[in-house]
Design a protein around this ligand. Structure first.
Ligand SMILES: [Zn+2]
Length: 462
């Protein structure tokens, strides 16, 4: 639409006197700029999606919104069955009206199910199923899909003509599976070669983010092995559950980690010696790391003279998400000609982290707010004294700036001492399976116990 209008406008200009060349030139420039910004926006949003994609949940929701014409009534026993998808702008009343249901029975159904689920919350793209009486006017049963394995079901009681609803959950079939591969180009590509989904690469990258920089450190010949829960529904893969144990060999160095749930039901990831995988600070507040200017003395790109650079610059497309590198309290949010839009966070042990040149601050982020490690706080931009989109990330301890890339971040809580024997027992068996070459030496019964289907959760195999 906009494009049509614009080309119409440009043609109009071209038809005029050639002396209007300047107008044509500037219109062309404007048009070019619009195209360029659209392509930058598209590529930027691609990069953001690529790296921040939440590993689970989204796969099944990418269903086309079908036209109501394609939803035909089917006979099912005495009843008529109709399957359809909620459209943009639909309410439960309008969705049902398209199926020929009058306001009154539709409203009755809506009211009856309200204590269990508010059908005001229906969203576009979700599936619903109607079972109608043979006349096609009475709703006998209604199903609305909540998730891939959960739906709201409303049925009519013939005796009193009243509707009642419930939420039905279909349990997943969870299997532990062993996946092993070698890096030939990237983790993503190797995971795909194993026949797995990109979500598994995201899961592994986020588990290893404290130890490995997947953009910089990874090299051909690195390898990984992982035992992961895979959730199936009606025999079809649905999503990944937890990574239970994994081994990553990076430049000859083996990094193992294990998910352990202690007898108090506290779950976390640990190294084989019981140290927590999580550290107090993330290596980088962005979903990926690309250093464009290091800490220390440098020639300032705008001011021209040498000045101490109290931070590290990470190049990233405008709009890339910025995460709090550690838990803390938002100390300051501001905007000035040097820092641009900025956020500072106060952390325990007299640490403060700074994030400059943002394009925006995330919704609900305010001074005084407590934030978790990894929480979204803002977006990369180029505000203030900046030559292009990047994040300036600075760190202070007791009022003194230091290089955040050289921070030896203290680990979070290790396994509790009283559970260490239990942990060790659990870890040893998993890592025996993981170090693939030894797999043949493990009695088949033990292998079965490790990789056999389990109910969802953290049951110990022994
Ligand atoms: Zn900087």
């Amino acid at each position: 639409m906009i494009y049509l209008k614009l080309s119409h406008y440009l043609k109009g200009i071209l038809r005029h006197d050639p002396r209007h060349k300047r107008v044509v030139f500037f219109s062309g420039l404007l048009f070019g700029l619009i195209l360029a910004s659209i392509s930058v926006f598209i590529s930027a949003s691609w990069v953001v999606n690529e790296f921040q994609a939440p590993p689970l949940k989204t796969i099944t929701d990418r269903r086309p919104l079908t036209d109501s014409n394609s939803a035909a009534l089917k006979k099912e026993g005495e009843l008529l069955k109709l399957e359809n998808f909620v459209r943009r702008g639909d309410t439960i009343i309008t969705a049902l009206a398209r199926a020929g249901i009058n306001y009154e029975p539709a409203y009755k159904l809506f009211q009856a199910v309200k204590p269990i689920y508010d059908l005001k919350k229906i969203s576009a793209g979700k599936k619903y199923t109607l079972f109608l009486s043979s006349s096609g006017k009475e709703i006998e049963k209604f199903k609305y899909e909540l998730d891939v394995n959960r739906y709201v079901e409303v049925s009519r009681d013939e005796r009193n003509n009243l509707y009642s609803g419930k939420i039905v959950t279909i349990p997943f079939d969870v299997k532990k599976e062993f996946i092993k591969g070698e890096i030939t180009y990237s983790l993503f590509e190797s995971i795909m070669k194993c026949g797995e989904k990109p979500e598994l690469a995201d899961l592994l990258a986020s588990l290893y983010e404290y130890d490995v920089d997947f953009n910089r450190d990874i090299q051909v010949g690195d390898s990984f092995a992982v035992i992961v829960e895979k959730k199936y529904l009606h025999g079809q893969f649905s999503s990944y559950g937890n990574v239970l144990a994994s081994e990553f060999v990076n430049r000859g160095k083996t990094i193992r980690l294990l998910r352990y749930t202690d007898p108090e039901s506290f779950s976390a990831y640990y190294h084989p010696d019981g140290r927590s995988v999580r550290k107090m600070f993330l290596r980088c507040p962005l979903p990926f790391m690309h250093v464009t200017s290091r800490y220390g003395n440098r020639r300032h790109p705008i001011l021209g003279f040498s000045a101490g650079h109290h931070g590290v610059d990470f190049g990233a497309p405008s709009g890339t998400i910025i995460r709090a590198s550690a838990a803390g309290v938002i100390q300051a949010i501001g905007n000035d000609s040097t820092r641009g839009k900025y956020i500072s966070i106060r952390h325990p042990n007299f640490y403060t982290s700074h994030y400059y040149h943002l394009s925006g601050v995330a919704k609900d982020i305010k001074t005084g707010l407590k934030v978790d490690q990894g929480q979204l706080i803002g977006y990369v931009g180029s505000t203030g004294l900046s030559t292009g989109p990047h994040l300036h990330y600075g760190m202070e301890k007791s009022g003194r700036y230091f290089n955040p890339l050289q921070l030896e971040s203290p680990a979070k809580e290790p396994v509790k001492q009283q559970y260490f024997v239990d942990f060790k027992h659990y870890a040893d068996r998993y890592f025996l399976v993981l170090s693939g070459s030894k797999l043949v030496n493990i009695p088949p019964a033990v292998q079965d116990a490790l990789l056999s289907p389990v109910a969802f959760g953290d049951q110990k195999p022994f």
